[in-house]
Design a protein around this ligand. Sequence first.
Ligand code: ADP
Ligand code: MG
Length: 679
Amino acid sequence: MSGFAAIKGVSKALQDKLAKLGIAEPDDLLLHLPLRYVDETRITPIRDLRTGEAAQVEGEIIHAETQYRPRKALICQLQDASGDLLHLRFLHFYPSQVAALKPGTHIRAYGEPRPGFFGMEIVHPQCRPVRDNAPLNEALTPVYPTTAGLTQPNLRKLVDSALQHGDMRETLPPEMLEQLQLPGFAESLLFLHRPPPDASLESLQTHAHAAWRRLAFDELLAQQLSMRRHHARRRSQGAPALADKKTLTHVLLERLPFRLTAAQQKTWREISRDMSQPYPMQRLLQGDVGSGKTIVAALAALQAIENGWQAAIMAPTEILAEQHYKKMTDWLAPLGLNIAWLSGAQSKSVRNAMLEQVASGEAPLVVGTHALFQEQVQFAKLGLAVIDEQHRFGVHQRLALRRKGEQPHQLMMSATPIPRTLAMSYYADLDVSVIDELPPGRTPVTTKIVSEERREEVLARVRDACSRGRQAYWVCPLIEESEALQLKTALETCEQLTAALPDLRIGLVHGRMKPAEKQMVMQAFSANEVQLLVATTVIEVGVDVPNASLMVIEHAERMGLSQLHQLRGRVGRGSAQSVCILLYASPLSQAARERLKIIYENTDGFEIARADLNLRGPGEFLGIRQSGVPLLKIADLERDADLLEAARNTAAILLRDHPQVAEAHLKRWMRRAEEYVKV
Ligand code: ADP
Ligand code: MG
C-alpha cells in the first residue's frame, strides 16, 4: 500500500496524478525537484525591464481589448506607479481571464519582457490580482514538473509536508562530504525546494549551485552502486559454462577462405573465455566498419552450439538481419547446422514453422530483427544472444533486454566507440573487446569532395564504373524533417538517375518499402543484377557487397560524421580501388565544412567518432536524447562529468568499507536506480 494512503487529504485521484510524476511514496516528493524558479521577491519598475530577463511588475490595468488581427489576442495595458506602460499579450485566453483583467484591476504580472509593436510587452505573463502593498514573496518560487490537474500550489503544499515529515537523514559519512566539498542532504533539499531570500537565481537555474551538485552526485552514486550490484549479481547468477571444445569452431576456421586477423583472434579468445565461465558474459565487441565482427559472432555461436546450447543473432534492420542470415547459412550450413530466420516480413505459416524449430531446439541458431526478443519466441536452450550494431538499439533497449528473465551470455557488437562518460555510467557493467585492425588486402577508399555543380562528371564516373563490371551506390539526400519528403526525394532521385543513365540497371531501396521488397532489391544488387543502387540511408548499416566500389552521397553536408563513415564503409570491401564522392551544395556552413574535412582526412572510425563527440557531445550518443526519457533525472553526464568520476570512486569505497552506507543510499534512490538498471 502506498504511504500516501495514511495521509489525510491525499485522495486516490491525487495519488494517481502523483504516480504519473513517478511519485509513489511521500518521500519521493523530496526528490521531485523544481524545474525552474521564478523571482517574485521584488517588483521591477516597468522602465527598468530588460529584454529576455524575467521579472515581476505591479500596476493597474488601464485598458483591455480583444484584437482579431493579425490573430486573436487579448491585449492589456498595465500602468505602474511611475506612470510607465507595459503591454500584456495573451494569444490563448478564457472568458474568465478577460473578466479578471478588466480595467481598474490591480495585478502583479510575471514573465519575460520583449520589444513589441507598442514598446515593451510580455506574452502570456502569469498574473494575479493583489491588494495595494500586498507583501512580496520572501524567496524564489519553485516551479515543479507537474501533470494535468495538479497545480503548483498543491504540489508545493505536498512538498512542504514532505520537507517536514520526510526522511532527510544523511547517508554519506561527513568526512566524505568534506572531501568532495558537497553540502549535506537535508540542507541541499531545503535549499532547492525553498531557496532562501538571498539565493541567486542564476546558480539555481544553471544547476551550478552546490546543492544541485550534491543531488546530482547522489543520483550518480546510486547509479554506480546499482551498476556494481548488478555486475555482482550477474556473477552470482548461473549461466551455462560453455567450454571451448573446438569441435565446430575449428571446422569453421579451417574452412574459411581467410585467416583471422590478430585482433580478431585476441577478441575471440576473450569472448571464448567469458563464455566458458559459469556466469553470464556481458561483453561489447567494438570494431570499425568492415573490421570483421561477424565472423567472431559466428565463432561465439558455434561455441554455444558445440556445447548443446542455442545461439541467437539480432540485428537492428531487416536488411542487416537478412545479410547475417545469408552469411551464417554460408558458413554454418555446411557444418550440418539448421539456421532459423525470424522477420516481420515472413508469412505466418513460415514464421510458425521457424518458431517451432526454435522452441524444439531443432534450429541451434536463429537470426532475426528485434522481433526475436520482443515477441513470444521460446527457445529450447538459449545459451548466447548476440546483438549487432547495438548502439542502434539505444540504452533503453539494452536495459530492457537485460530485464528478460534468465540471462544467456550476451555479446554486443558496435562500430561506434562508447564515449567515456557513458562507458562510466550506463555501460559501467560491460566488458569491452576491441578489434583495432582491418583485414588485410583492403584497398583504402579514396574520398572526394565535389560540388553539386559538377554532377555531370559524377554521373559519367558512375557510368564508367558500371560499364567495367563494377557496382555503385547513390545515397539520396537526407531530409530529417519529413519522412514523406524523404521518400519523394528518393523517388525523384531514382527517376533522374534512370533518365541520365539509361544503360544501367538501377534499383531503389528506401525506408518505407516492405521488408520483402527491400530484400528483393538487395538480393538483385548482391547478384549484380542491379548495377546502381539508389538508396536512402537505410543502407547505412552492415550491407556487404564487395563488388561495389563507388559510392556517391548527395548533400553530404547534411549528414552526421558517423553516418558518413558508416556509409563510406559500404565500399572498399573488395580488391578494387574504391571511391566515395561526397556531393555538397554551396554555400557550406562552417560546421558542415568542418565535418566534411574530418571525414576527408580520416579513415579510422574511432578517430571520426571522437571528433563527432567533440562536435555533438555525448548526450546525442546512443539515442539518449531522442528517447525523451532521460534516465538520469538530475545529473547531466556532460555538465557533471567530474561528479561522475567522484561517484565511481565513492561507490568503490563505500562497497568496500561501508556496505551499510551503500545500502542506505541505494534504498533512498532505489525507485530511480531501478530505472537505470532493472535487474
Ligand atoms: P563489420 O565488423 O563491419 O561487421 P564484417 O563482419 O561484415 O564487418 O566483415 C566485413 C568483410 O570482411 C566481410 O566480407 C568478411 O567476410 C570479411 N572478413 C572478415 N574477417 C576477415 C579476415 N580476417 N580476412 C579477410 N576478410 C575478412
Ligand atoms: Mg557488421
